[in-house]
Design a protein around this ligand. Structure first.
Ligand code: UDP
Length: 327
């Protein structure tokens, strides 16, 4: 069996990636410090507890498992938090990733799949973004991810470490079989917060700003089903196995939905009211982040088949009612 080192394998996207890797015949080896991830979410392969900034722990993991590739999900990923404490983001995301990339290069593990973000593009009103759009992040989260992209490009030149970078748009939904799902503590993301408000697990959702330059005044995002997203990673891994060149792919659907539209869809899917109030803008939020997926579709053969808004909310709702993890 071929081992793949999955950093952040205990997190939302990483745990779904482990499932997809196992289904594709790989052994996912989770490397996670369990600061935001969950031991219960590691179901498809072994786990190593360690921090990305701990080079010795990384070296030991590379020596023990000899992974053929790294899939790097582990990161802090909250826009609002990154605006309040940028140092946390530069230390954890950038220093941690640099240490990981150096350890991979030293171990001769030359295939690297990296989860980056549309937040690297920043605010570019009314354009559908593609991979060649300029990157001008407006928050420390996006800036930290862009810096890691730069590090990967440098290490390709110096060490021949080839990479596939995926810039995600908004990830939503949960594994259809309910084996893994989205569970953050604290939760800050729109759809899980909304589901909590719907079934009374928390107070009303606050809509962050209704004065954006969009048709209904709320921010627009491009939501992708987590299971579609991780399928792209398996295709990215194969791309590298085939010896193809380093490449950046956006993972979006080309359709944007406003916060109000997501609320409406949730009302329809759950057949329940969505208690919500209007609040001020959240610092660091872009007005609109929408991407085409032409490059991923034509070059990787990726199809975001499950990424209809109602389906993502229905899958999230099913998980929300039945699944959770314990520390
Ligand atoms: N949002 C909101 N209220 C919340 C959480 C999020 O109005 O309690 C909005 C947020 O401003 C953004 C969208 O929902 O426009 C998606 O936010 P989320 O935090 O889920 O993802 P992000 O786009 O920040 O990665």
């Amino acid at each position: 069996m071929t081992n793949i080192l999955v950093t952040g394998g205990a997190g939302y996207i990483g745990s779904h990636a482990c499932k997809a890797l196992a289904a594709a015949g790989y052994t996912p080896v989770t490397f996670d410090n369990f600061s935001t991830g969950w031991r219960d979410a590691v179901k498809f392969g072994p786990a190593v507890e360690g921090d990305l900034r701990d080079r010795a722990a990384l070296d030991a993991a590379f020596a023990e498992y000899r992974p053929a590739a790294v899939m790097h999900f582990a990161a802090l990923s909250l826009v609002g938090e990154s605006m309040k404490d940028p140092g946390l983001y530069w230390r954890n995301n950038v220093l941690g990733s640099l240490t990981l990339i150096e350890a991979a290069a030293a171990a001769g593990c030359a295939r690297f799949v990296f989860s980056s973000t549309c937040a690297t593009y920043g605010d570019q009103d009314n354009v559908v973004l593609d991979e060649d759009s300029a990157q001008h992040p407006i928050n420390a989260y996006g800036a930290s991810k862009r810096a890691i992209e730069d590090i990967l490009r440098d290490f390709e030149g110096s060490h021949g470490l080839r990479h596939v970078i995926f810039r995600y748009f908004n990830v939503a939904g949960a594994d259809e079989a309910g084996e893994v799902g989205e569970f953050h503590q604290p939760e800050t993301h729109l759809i899980p917060l909304m589901l909590d408000a719907i079934d009374g697990k928390r107070d009303a959702l606050t809509v962050f700003g209704t004065d954006y330059d969009t048709p209904d005044g709320t921010c627009i995002r491009d939501y992708v089903h987590v299971s579609d997203l991780v399928d792209a990673h398996v295709l990215g891994l194969r791309w590298l196995e085939e010896g193809k060149e380093s490449r950046v792919f956006n993972l979006g659907t080309g359709s944007g939905f406003s916060v109000r539209e997501v609320i409406e869809a949730s009302r329809a899917v759950t057949n329940r009211d969505v208690p919500h109030t209007i609040g001020p803008r959240r610092p660091g939020d872009c007005t609109r982040l929408v991407s085409g997926s032409r490059r991923a579709e034509t070059e990787l053969g990726w199809r975001p088949e499950r990424s209809q808004l109602n389906r993502m909310i229905a899958d999230a709702w099913r998980w929300h009612q039945n699944g959770h993890y314990e520390r």
